[in-house]
Design a protein around this ligand. Structure first.
Ligand code: HEC
Length: 131
């Protein structure tokens, strides 16, 4: 019987964690909006849900690419500010004038649906450490 308060506390802790995680989960609407934005602004250079490999430039954002190696705040910064162009390759443009932070979050939520569960978990950990 002496264990029950502890068990109750543990249950409350787990429940709080579940709620905290659910809060940050993207909604279906956010993912759908991210998909539309991705098709309009990104797909022509970065491709779709499948295909390509890790050495592609522009990089694939799907499970074959390396986007999942980078934290959310780094990805957001790249999309809003762009990257210096490498000779012989197309430029990663800055989207800060066209897209809001919410737009970029929606695009990332969409891209993440293409990743394997271990890639999503690893990238979430990286984001926690870096951002
Ligand atoms: C005109 C082609 C072009 C368009 C359009 C474009 N990109 Fe890129 N993007 C690139 C290139 C090229 C690179 C690689 C630059 C480098 O490595 O030097 C890149 C790199 C990136 C990276 C960093 C590398 C990585 O691992 O993912 C992210 C994130 C990214 N793009 C996201 C986007 C998003 C999101 C959009 C749409 C809003 C977009 N890009 C539109 C060409 C493009």
């Amino acid at each position: 019987m002496s264990r029950s308060p502890r068990a109750a506390l543990l249950a409350a802790g787990v429940a709080a964690l579940v709620v905290a995680c659910a809060d940050t989960d993207p909604t279906e609407a956010q993912i759908a909006r991210g998909g539309e934005l991705y098709e309009r602004h990104c797909a022509a250079c970065h491709g779709g849900a499948t295909g390509g490999d890790i050495s592609d430039i522009p990089p694939r954002h799907n499970a074959e690419g390396h986007t999942w190696h980078h934290a959310d705040c780094e990805l957001e910064r790249i999309v809003l500010e762009g990257m210096p162009q490498r000779e012989g390759y197309p430029e990663m443009p800055a989207f800060g004038e066209e897209l809001s932070e919410e737009d970029v979050e929606a695009i990332l939520a969409h891209i993440k649906t293409w990743w394997e569960p271990y890639q999503r978990a690893s990238q979430a950990e990286t984001t926690e450490q870096v951002c």
